[in-house]
Design a protein around this ligand. Structure first.
Ligand SMILES: [Zn+2]
Length: 148
């Protein structure tokens, strides 16, 4: 109850502040274009700096801006009660899991065999992956980062 009220008050104060700001702008005199050119030098233009939320090099690319996401999955991957094996070499642990832009999931075994895994999807990936900690311009760098 108390917290709710405190938040309401904050909201009201924020609203009031917003109104005060609008009022201030409304009361600013309009530029006088009729003033002769010989008058004093024009005042510096009023610019409002709107900085980006984060500097570009700190900004996390959105999902649409990357080819895919990848994570290491060291334990056996159990799907429908079966341990997923690499169809080419039989490996069953130490995968790299890729969640691609087209919502497909790919598994890559330690030997570098890639197979699609239609039983998994991006939602599964997002539930099971940690926060993104690095971006890689190439697949090779990504694999190195993941320890493959
Ligand atoms: Zn394999």
């Amino acid at each position: 109850m108390f917290r709710r009220r405190a938040r309401d008050r904050e909201f009201r104060e924020a609203q009031l502040a917003g109104h005060a700001l609008l009022q201030m702008h409304a009361n600013q005199p309009a530029p006088d274009f009729a003033r002769p050119a010989t008058a004093s030098a024009p005042a510096a233009p009023i610019t409002e700096e709107v900085p980006d939320f984060l500097p570009p090099d700190l900004r996390v690319p959105s999902r649409d801006e990357v080819e895919g996401m990848m994570m290491r999955w060291e334990q056996p991957l159990v799907l429908d009660g079966e341990v997923r094996e690499c169809p080419q070499c039989g490996a069953y642990r130490d995968w790299i899991v890729f969640s691609m832009r087209d919502d497909t999931i790919w598994l890559r075994c330690r030997a570098g065999h890639n197979t699609a895994e239609p039983r998994l999807d991006a939602a599964w990936y997002n539930r099971n992956s940690g926060p993104v900690d690095a971006f890689h311009p190439t697949l090779e760098e990504g694999l190195r980062h993941c320890g493959h």
